[in-house]
Design a protein around this ligand. Structure first.
Ligand code: ZN
Length: 281
């Protein structure tokens, strides 16, 4: 059982994403083997959720269920116990393609519950698609992680939960620092936390800061009792002049922050208990 007073911190590593390329950082894992190796290194350090996208051999984005199946197989083999979260985000596919791999039954999947702007386009999440993705997650017993790009998304998550369109208490992630979407703003962050606690009192929350804001958002989350997301998907640098040598190097930054604020890093067993996931798969 978890000692609630210790409040272990869950570290999620977003290993690849759909935006960065090797020309931006050659250490970005692209092939399935590279992804599994990078996840394993992060897992051994203390990351317990791996947020997954898949790519084609030419690094272009993919939503291929076959690729996701290979990745899942590798992760189950080399990172036993690690929580596998598939992205259903809109940069890797469109429409129902985005959920075409959910039948593989990862532990979790991301779910964006509203639309907003991205750097160069609209990130479209129409209600019928959201409801379909949510129903697939119910069908395959997958816990959703709500990607809150906006305050209204936290309200939407609460509505979906109250109307039983998502059965499992959602895990809510605040995404801050995407260009043209919600910036990294401490007042907004504090209000997000307050709103989750009010509308979804049983829910756990975490936050992701994009680019150079990754560390500061990690720090706010750890200090305020939430969980964190790090990884090369969101940030390819250690600092202004240094490319991150690996996902694990970014995980290490989160671990050091946990130490600074006296938060133990959650083991996969603790993370599964905190998130109400099956202890094994
Ligand atoms: Zn992602």
């Amino acid at each position: 059982m978890i000692n609630k007073n210790e409040n272990p911190c869950i570290i999620c590593v977003a290993i690849t994403g759909s935006v960065p390329r090797k020309e931006n950082n050659p250490n970005l894992p692209i092939s399935i083997n590279e992804q599994v190796e990078s996840a394993q290194e992060s897992f051994e350090l203390g990351a317990t959720i791996v947020h997954c996208h898949v790519r084609n051999d030419d690094e272009s984005t993919s939503s291929s269920p076959e690729r996701f199946a290979l990745l899942l197989e590798g992760l189950r083999k080399f990172c036993p116990g690690m929580i596998v979260q598939f992205s259903t985000g809109g940069r890797s596919g469109s429409g129902k393609e985005r959920g075409g791999m959910l039948h593989l039954k990862p532990d979790m999947a991301s779910l964006t519950v509203g639309s907003n702007n991205f750097p160069n386009r609209v990130y479209e999440n129409p209600p019928d698609l959201i409801h379909w993705l949510a129903s697939e997650m119910i069908k395959y017993n997958i816990k959703p992680e709500i990607e809150a790009f906006d305050l209204s998304h936290i309200h939407q998550a609460s509505n979906l939960f109250k109307t039983k369109k998502i059965l499992k208490n959602p895990y809510v992630q605040f995404v801050m620092g995407v260009k043209n979407a919600m910036p990294v703003d401490k007042d907004v962050f504090d209000y997000y936390v307050k709103t989750v606690n009010r509308l979804l009192p049983e829910s756990e929350w975490c936050a992701a800061g994009i680019g150079k804001f990754q560390k500061v958002v990690n720090e706010w989350s750890i200090k305020n009792g939430g969980h964190v997301r790090t990884g090369l998907e969101d940030n390819i640098r250690l600092d202004e002049n240094t490319l991150a040598p690996s996902n694990a190097a970014l995980v290490k930054i989160s671990i050091d922050l946990c130490e600074k604020y006296d938060r133990p890093v959650a083991s996969y067993i603790e993370a599964r208990e905190i998130l109400d996931l099956a202890p094994s798969y």
